[in-house]
Design a protein around this ligand. Structure first.
Ligand code: DGY
Length: 327
């Protein structure tokens, strides 16, 4: 009988994924929120057939050089900027992610940020607790409407589409910008395809749903922020590097845009002296857009299915470097 594969899980992993892997493999498990200490991880991967991990666990060349038997890295996230995919491909290592299962939770979190920032949820909460609330007054803590607003979606992939479906219920006008037009989305939602400058100039909410790559780095910088309306909000649940964070803080401070709702930063965690932390016209989440128990469980399950399929020599449900499978 063949020895079971050896798998390293260097961070806490929800069920059912952990149990699924344990049923098949010998598992080195680090059950903490923080990643297994680097030296321990580098030692553990020396004989590993698979790694099941997520950011911030870094699977870079240093780690790959220490893992001569490695066949698969299954990331418990849709993003995989913590994995050096080209280096894995060179070595024939399969890289997998978890698309689809976190779409709804992330779209819900986008709506939470939009409503929180335009209806000043944090200010309202603080004020209610402060003891300064004496009257209902006509100008108390005024916000702006999502209802009948123009929402601009940058990146009409799975998550962008689910955000568009949700904001449609608010009778919004939906603009979108994407690598290619999506006629079926236009037909379903009446979404209008526009170039980025038009989207920026006309939207009351600009929602970012693009992956992080060289093309999207600082897609929203000082020049783009200057094209937005002073009453508009920027919402980012994609990746921090898509926005020039310094330029955003300056725009928010100067009132060049009304506010921002952010789940992601560059770097993460956000630096303790980042100017965003002292600004009141932004709502800041700590990269939790997919953080519902059901979503986390589904992510763990899909990541386990990916890993087990790859170890069994089968095609994983979600592989980001399928060219490796051909060999
Ligand atoms: C992802 O999956 O890439 C998210 O950012 C974390 O859930």
């Amino acid at each position: 009988m063949n020895a079971p594969p050896y798998v390293v899980v260097p961070q806490y992993l929800h069920e059912p994924g952990l149990g699924m892997v344990r049923d098949v493999a010998r598992v080195e498990y680090w059950p903490e929120e923080s990643v297994m200490p680097r030296e321990k991880l580098l030692a553990a991967v020396a004989t590993a057939d698979g790694i099941l991990c997520h950011p911030p666990a870094r699977c870079n060349r240093e780690l790959l050089d220490r893992a001569p038997r490695l066949r698969v890295i299954s990331n418990v996230a849709v993003g995989y900027d913590n994995v050096d995919v080209p280096a894995c491909t060179e070595r024939g290592i399969i890289v997998c992610n978890t698309p689809g299962v976190l779409t709804d939770a992330t779209a819900d979190a986008t709506l939470a940020l939009m409503l929180a920032v335009c209806r000043r949820a944090i200010d309202n909460d603080r004020f209610t607790r402060s003891g300064n609330w004496h009257y209902w007054t006509p100008r108390l803590l005024l916000g702006q409407d999502l209802t009948e607003a123009t929402v601009g979606i940058v990146g009409m992939g799975r998550i962008g589409l689910e955000v568009a479906r949700r904001v449609r219920a608010f009778r919004t006008r939906i603009l979108y910008h994407n690598r290619h037009r999506r006629p079926e989305v236009e037909a379903e939602l009446g979404a209008i395809y526009v170039d980025l400058p038009t989207l920026l100039a006309e939207s009351d909410f600009v929602c970012l749903h693009v992956p992080a790559n060289a093309e999207t780095r600082h897609l929203i910088s000082a020049a783009e922020l200057a094209q937005m309306k002073p009453t508009a909000y920027l919402i980012n649940v994609a990746r921090g590097a898509v926005v020039d964070q310094k330029a955003l803080a300056e725009a928010l401070k100067a009132g060049r845009i009304a506010g921002a709702g952010l789940d992601v930063y560059d770097p993460e965690p956000i630096a303790a002296d980042d100017p965003l932390l002292s600004l009141e016209n932004c709502v800041l989440f700590p990269h939790v857009a997919s953080a519902t128990l059901r979503c986390r469980q589904r992510m763990s399950e899909l990541a386990a299915r990916n890993l087990l399929a790859a170890l069994a020599g089968e095609t994983p449900p979600a592989c980001v470097n399928p060219e490796v499978l051909k060999n």
